[in-house]
Design a protein around this ligand. Structure first.
Ligand code: NAD
Length: 259
């Protein structure tokens, strides 16, 4: 297990699924964690259980990001890790809705999944470059296999996750060029048994059974399996990894589609 003792982390979307598993994992590895979520009840309960601090946050509210980062720095004295995990689906293909509904869904999913991630990177970098001693940090952004093999049933989700991949590389290279010692990497989960998959199933009945079969392992991931990859990228175990992508998809994108 990576040693995260002495490190301070923010994990967004901590109330459920991969975010909850990541708070558990980073705390178990020794980090001090601020978990954030829209869902105050479940987020606060999860954080209390593992000794983490909780804050209510809508990640798409970009003006609120500096205060969230400030809360972590006030509590822990520094910020070493940001996991931009909060996300949502929109549940609409390109021709599925009338204009008003389509653009409302598109604007919302991009605001949360893409602008929220970008605003988080920006606020975290400002704090990480002021860390006591030397500037240092690790950002882990969560994309999706739909960033590579998009869902026809969700154009906004797929497009937002595709953009997160490129965002991470741009952030990584900017930090490297400015010699900030701040790495930025992307985890690309495959089908994982969480709330978002249940929401997607409501829009597209049969989706869970279909995506479970896409992995040659023939199962869904447990959120803890994704959290393990996030903890590795957040740790000092991989100082030469930045702008990189880690697939946690059970081999789903590694097999010929005919098999
Ligand atoms: N579950 C999967 O199969 C899967 C696959 C690929 C990628 N992902 C990605 O993993 C990440 C975590 O999703 P999950 O699967 O754990 O789903 P989840 O629905 O269980 O958890 C998402 C969490 O994000 C929170 N959230 C949503 N909008 C928010 C906002 N505006 N501000 C703050 N919090 C907000 C929700 O309240 C929830 O607690 C997402 O970015 C998702 O796109 C999931």
């Amino acid at each position: 297990m990576p040693d995260l003792s002495g490190k301070a982390a923010i994990v967004t979307g901590c109330a459920s699924g991969i975010g909850a598993a990541t708070v558990r994992r980073l705390a178990a590895d020794g980090a001090q964690v601020l978990g954030t979520d829209l869902d105050a009840e479940r987020g606060a309960a999860l954080c209390a259980e593992v000794g983490a601090v909780f804050a209510v946050q809508d990640v798409s509210d970009r003006a609120a990001w500096p205060a969230i980062v400030g809360q972590a720095v006030a509590a822990f004295g520094r910020l070493d890790i940001l996991v931009n995990n909060a996300g949502m689906v929109s549940g609409a293909g390109i021709g599925d809705l009338d204009d008003d509904a389509m653009f409302a869904a598109w604007d919302q999913v991009l605001a949360v999944n893409l602008t929220g991630t970008m605003a988080g990177c920006r606020a975290a970098i400002a704090a990480m470059r002021e860390n006591p001693g030397v500037p240092k940090g690790a950002i882990v952004n969560i994309a999706s296999t739909t960033a590579i093999a998009p869902l026809p049933t969700d154009v906004g989700y797929s497009a937002s996750k595709g953009a997160v991949r490129v965002l991470s590389k741009s952030v990584a290279s900017w930090c490297a060029q400015h010699q900030l010692n701040i790495r930025c990497n992307t985890v690309i989960p495959g089908a994982t048994m969480t709330g978002i998959l249940e929401a997607a199933e409501q829009h597209t009945p049969g989706l869970i059974a279909a995506v479970a079969k896409t992995s040659p392992l023939n199962r869904l991931a447990d959120p803890s399996e994704t959290a393990a990859a996030i903890a590795f990228l957040a740790s000092d175990e991989c100082p030469f990894m930045t702008g990189a992508e880690m697939l946690v998809d059970g081999g789903a994108l590694s097999i010929h589609p005919g098999f």
